[in-house]
Ligand binder design. Structure first.
Ligand SMILES: [Zn+2]
Length: 384
């Protein structure tokens, strides 16, 4: 492709046209020659027969899109995404425009690392590069002439196991709090079906679509499903990728519902783990660990009561794995965890520190750790 455009690089092509290549694909020597002549060439694949019946689902208006997107190589485009599938060839592919975008067959589909006219680079989606996933068959839902037209037909075939972010997300490698225990719980279907209703998911089968439960998504059409990765962990699949992210751990879904927007906790492993534990506690899969009762005086502000209960709940979650350990409790986190504003969280935390309910117990990196009054190292000022 001509650098930074959506046009074929006619100058480099014999006869100045690419269409002849629908039948006679190019070869490596020719490609090397093109790059020798202009190293800034963009690249594209000719979908259809030339590429072994490759078909691209090109989604520009995700708000209108509710078809399944099983894992297969996927490119992020400035307006949406483009997923590549295969058709068997016996299927009659009718290329047409949809209100969500196009099916490309016999047409050019621009690939990374080409540059879009707006200056952005096309990239592969995380974990959906051609090196990470195989090209899947096009779900029948796209071919109403051939398939049943039902948008969940693909889920009836066995869900292909593939490499997925759960193993990198930290659920299984959080170190202190979780380790294998959490991972094995989130790999167990019966456990996940107890957890799902807490997240507002009523579906009871892996791979079956339901309306997305992520805050702010509110799609009318099914766009979420639960999926098992090849490390066994069951994760949340958001077809619409409204935030440009397709897979979330269930802990991230729980955190998102508390934050009121989606959050990535891959790099915040202790926090990821604690949301994972909280969800299991809320689903009554894990019992809360015992934490000393705290009786606040009657004149304690409301914020202090909320934050105190929240902190006890946090310790109850964490002490399942590390009983008695102090915990960080930032204003930001406390606000989300306890469901109060950051200002209220700050006010509550300050009151609790002043009144020796939260007892500073050293630092981890730059974060203060707190004990609670009545625990091994904490003392309650007014009960003494
Ligand atoms: Zn969604």
């Amino acid at each position: 492709m001509k650098p930074g455009t959506k046009h074929p690089y006619t100058k480099l092509l014999t006869n100045g046209s690419w269409t002849a290549r629908r039948d006679k694909p190019t070869n490596e020597r020719e490609i090397r020659d093109w790059f020798a002549r202009d190293p800034n060439c963009g690249v594209a694949v000719i979908t259809g027969k030339a590429s072994g019946n490759l078909i691209a689902v090109d989604v520009d208006y995700s708000e209108n899109f509710s078809l399944p997107v099983p894992p297969s190589p996927q490119v992020i485009t400035p307006r949406g995404f483009r997923s590549f599938y295969q058709v068997t060839g016996s299927e009659r592919v009718r290329v047409k425009k949809f209100d969500w975008g196009d099916l490309l067959y016999g047409q050019l589909a621009i690939l990374p690392p080409s540059i879009h006219p707006n200056g952005e680079r096309y990239t592969w989606s995380d974990f959906l590069t051609p090196l990470q996933v195989e090209i899947d068959d096009l779900p029948h839902a796209y071919l109403p002439d051939v398939g049943t037209g039902s948008s969940d037909t693909w889920t009836r075939k066995q869900v292909r196991e593939y490499s997925l972010l759960a193993s990198r997300s930290g659920v299984c490698e959080t170190g202190t709090i979780t380790g294998d225990a959490l991972r094995s719980l989130y790999s167990t279907e019966e456990i996940v079906w107890k957890v799902a209703p807490v997240l507002g998911i009523k579906e009871r089968r892996l791979g079956h679509a339901f309306c997305c439960v992520l805050p702010g998504h509110q799609e009318k059409n099914p766009s979420g499903s639960l999926y098992r990765g090849d490390n066994g962990v069951i994760v949340y699949h958001d077809f619409h990728r409204r935030e440009g992210v397709e897979f979330y751990t269930l802990a991230e879904v729980r955190a998102a519902q508390a934050y009121g927007h989606t959050v990535r906790l891959r790099d915040r492993r202790p926090e990821l783990a604690v949301w994972g534990i909280r969800l299991l506690v809320e689903a009554r899969v894990l019992p809360l660990a015992p934490v000393p009762e705290v009786q606040l005086p009657g004149d304690a502000p409301w914020s202090a009561q909320m934050v105190c209960e929240g902190f006890r709940f946090l310790l109850g979650c964490k002490w399942i794995h590390t009983p008695g350990d102090p915990s960080p409790f930032s204003w930001r986190f406390a606000s989300v965890w306890c469901g109060v504003s950051q200002k209220q969280a700050g006010k509550g935390i300050q009151w609790l520190i002043r009144n020796r309910v939260l007892i500073p117990a050293g630092k981890h990196l730059r974060t203060t750790l707190f004990h609670i009054a009545g625990s091994a190292d904490g003392q309650c000022s007014w009960s003494a």
